[in-house]
Ligand binder design. Sequence first.
Ligand code: HXC
Length: 518
Amino acid sequence: MDINGKIYKDFLNRIERFKIQNGPDKMHKQNAKGKLHARERIALLFDEDSFEELDAFVTSATPDTGFGKIDEAFGDGVVIGHGRINGRIVYVYSQDFTVMGGSLGAVHAKKIIKVQDLALRVGAPIIGINDSGGARIQEGVASLSGYTSIFHRNIQSSGIIPQISMILGPAAGGAVYSPALTDFVFMVKKTSFMFLTGPDVVKEVLNEDVSFDELGGAEVHAKKSGVANFIYEDEENAILGVKKLLSFFPSNNMANPPYIDTKTEQEKNIDKLRAIVPDDPNKPYDVKKVIKLIIDQGSFFEVSELFAPNIVVGFGRLQGKAIGIIANQPKVLAGVIDINSSIKAARFIRFCDSFNIPLLTLEDVPGFLPGLDQEYNGIIKHGAKLLFAYSEATVPKITVILRKAYGGAFCVMNSKNIGGDYSFAWPTAEIAVMGPEGAVSILYKKELREAEDPKKLQKELAAKYRSEIANPYIADEKGYIDEVIDPAETRKKLITAFETLENKYVDQPSRKHGNIPL
Ligand code: HXC
């Protein structure tokens, strides 16, 4: 080709047009709102110079009906492609709010679908960066059709490739369903929000005044609805969070998570584990301290930290290998299981099981939360989700009972009867049908009624019950757990136990799918 000839000049002109259309003006427009531009986000996400854009030159199919301005910028408001994150291939789409509010029309949808299909075909994770006014109004049903095809692919990819959504601007209307169908949702405080119907509709239908933030801001979704798994102060840190999260995952369900040498110094600190659980069974402690002392130093990455904090879930590494951790949190509501904690843990377990991430359960739970509110809202159905998720998971599953394992909670929290591979208990473990106070008030109802000092008698009987019935040695001697262990030995025991399970294989009867109580 003659580089001074017309053919080459035409080629360069096109690139120049592209640069102007997608250049500094657009960046400034977006930065002025306290947000990064679609391309700036991609640059931060991927390893240097690894991003390859696809369909950069496509143009919009939006008809000029006279409604709203049509931006004919190349790309139709979304940047798609692939690159490497820590050396591994990842697909991305990143909506460009500077082009018709990042709204989704037919071409925009086709581009997202293209990377969804490619990611699934090659078995690579996909990250969706959402910053959009939703369905492009001028395109009508073509937008709705596009969205629905995206949802369909989210569902087809579920459990095959990891799917992560970042909400870095608006996600309104049906647009929220693609993120909701993916595995993890990231949001940024103040600049991102998600809702099905906006403040104007709320005002019109319910006559209630709500702000964008109150209705669907990052904190609302992290604390109240549980829709957001991670929230950050700014986009840069949210992007770092996505990269860290991905480091625990295999690229697809046929692979194992990557090994990362964490060079842990942990062995020096583990004696501290002996002192964490207080002698007084009613005294709380922070289970996150236990987690951090057991796993490789600095490797804990908590998921949904602000939602249902009475259960802690997150990823970590043991001797460099990724595990998923589920731990009751005695510091919050005594670690009781309720509706939200059941849902949170069940979803986490199902993700780990889909992607070959072994599960570690740290148990200290007095039981299920009683009361009208829980019963009316379906704790039976929601608690069953947790039971279902644990039971159907075929990845290696190990439990350590730190203290309380009472009643249904013993059964649900990965007992050996639902397929737990190993169950260890600390000497502080209390395993029984119910807590001492409840048990003696049923067993000694008459004696307590007739006693001179019922409170004193109940206390004495409860102490006797705790030492004689609710100790870990009965379960150990009868084989319901595998071993009572020294807390300081926990890390060592777990490393060895997980090693033995590396080639675990569970043959399952063929079925279309189970029917988890939704
Ligand atoms: C076409 C849109 C658009 C849309 C925004 N724009 N949303 N164009 N279709 N859905 C355009 C605006 O006209 C404007 O164009 C530019 O994008 C920037 O929008 P602004 O309103 O100026 O920005 P801002 O003030 O930041 O407000 C952002 C916003 C607001 C809160 C997202 O634009 C908004 O409320 N948009 C509509 C949200 C919505 O209800 N979407 C439909 C949901 S229903 P100019 O030319 O002025 O720059 C849905 C159904 C999907 O999505 C169902 C799937 C099953």
